[in-house]
Write a protein that binds this ligand. Structure first.
Ligand code: TXA
Ligand code: MG
Length: 338
């Protein structure tokens, strides 16, 4: 595809958004299912397509040159420091929502989640969309482009598979190659600083709590009972259909050698044994580095889910902070089966 073709598609995508339509687009984390953040009917289309409850807030994506004061009541110093350090990038900040921004985008909460993605196609779509708006301000509300509770998409083909029931005129899908981060953004709540609460880590991601802490001078707190709701924080989420279990190395080998499971099993391990007595097992080696592991995780889950295994067994990654986001996602994928 030439750069002329790409800019023509981006212009079409921006126009679709302006007309209230749905456009799926690549980001560095996962693909998003986008709609005009200021158009409640367009946002309702996102919820309908995903089968997602309407009280779940969506993240508003903005271009690198966006005026944030348009979206929020105020931009606290903590937000400025984090944006300076990590934007554009896989970090979402929850801030007090400006009064004129529809509550539909935040599931009725008085906050708004903002993220400036690093992917060039996302950025250009956001820029062009904002330019079409009469006041030059435009944001794209976008959850991950998957059905509610399913594995997030890291390739355009995943998005197509998730929404095979929608026609091209109902959903435009922009191609942007495989997502490089592979898991959803880190979310930090800064919406309650005026009440002395926060920063709070609502969802771990590629940018670690330690990195956030290095910028803010203290690590973000764990969510409290009154913290904003995050749908990805439902215990069972990101789940494949095939039963999935996370096991220690010893448990994994034990399951495979002794218990036997009826049918073929996929075993995802750091150092697959060269040879095992059980020929019903397919071994899949995984990356020893948490970022590489995260990048490939969702594509692997989808792939394994389609192969008709009786079970998918994951070797437990190290329980260290560097692996926090990966452990969070595979833990939620497994939670549906525990
Ligand atoms: O990496 C990502 O964040 C991807 C890409 C597309 O940007 N998006 C994503 O969206 O993961 P979604 O909807 O699947 O997850 C967004 C999370 C939800 O759990 C939602 O509850 C939370 O962000 N969220 C969004 N706005 C919020 C708000 N105002 N207050 C609290 N949580 C919010
Ligand atoms: Mg999601």
């Amino acid at each position: 595809m030439t750069s002329v073709d790409i800019s023509r598609l981006l212009a079409q995508g921006a126009q679709r958004l302006l007309e209230g339509g749905l456009v799926a687009f690549p980001t560095e984390t996962v693909y998003g299912l986008g709609a005009d953040a200021e158009n409640p009917q367009a946002i309702a289309r996102i919820y309908a397509a995903k089968g997602r409850p309407a009280n779940h807030p969506v993240i508003v994506h903005v271009a690198p040159d966006a005026d944030l004061t348009y979206w929020v009541k105020s931009v606290p110093a903590e937000a400025r420091a984090l944006m300076q350090a990590f934007w554009p990038g896989p970090l979402t900040l929850i801030l007090p929502r400006a009064q004129h921004i529809p509550a539909a985008v935040s599931g009725g909460q008085d906050s708004v989640g903002l993220r400036c993605p690093a992917h060039p196609i996302a950025q250009e779509l956001l820029r062009q969309f904002a330019r079409l708006k009469p006041n030059g301000q435009g944001g794209v509300a976008a959850p991950s482009a998957n059905k509610f509770g399913q594995v997030s998409p890291t390739h355009a083909s995943h998005v197509r598979a998730e929404f095979s029931g929608l026609t091209e005129s109902e959903l435009m899908i922009l191609e942007g190659g495989p997502a490089q981060v592979g898991i959803e953004s880190t979310i930090i709540d800064l919406s309650r600083l005026d009440r002395g609460i926060g920063p709070v880590l609502l969802r771990p991601g590629h940018i670690s709590a330690a990195q956030i802490g290095a910028v803010l001078g203290a690590e973000p707190a764990h969510p409290d009972a009154f913290a904003p709701q995050v749908s990805g924080s439902l215990k069972a989420h990101y789940a494949p259909r095939t039963p999935l279990y996370v096991l220690s190395t010893a448990q994994l080998l034990n399951r495979i050698e002794k218990e036997r499971i009826a049918g073929r099993v996929a075993a995802v391990a750091f150092h697959p044994p060269g040879d095992t007595a059980n020929s019903d097992v397919d071994w899949y080696p995984c990356a020893a580095d948490p970022h590489a592991y995260a990048r490939d995780l969702y594509a692997l889950l989808r792939d394994l889910d389609e192969r008709g295994y009786a079970a998918i067994l994951f070797e437990q990654p190290p329980r260290t902070l560097a692996w926090q986001a990966v452990n969070d996602r595979i833990g939620r994928a497994a939670a549906a089966f525990s």
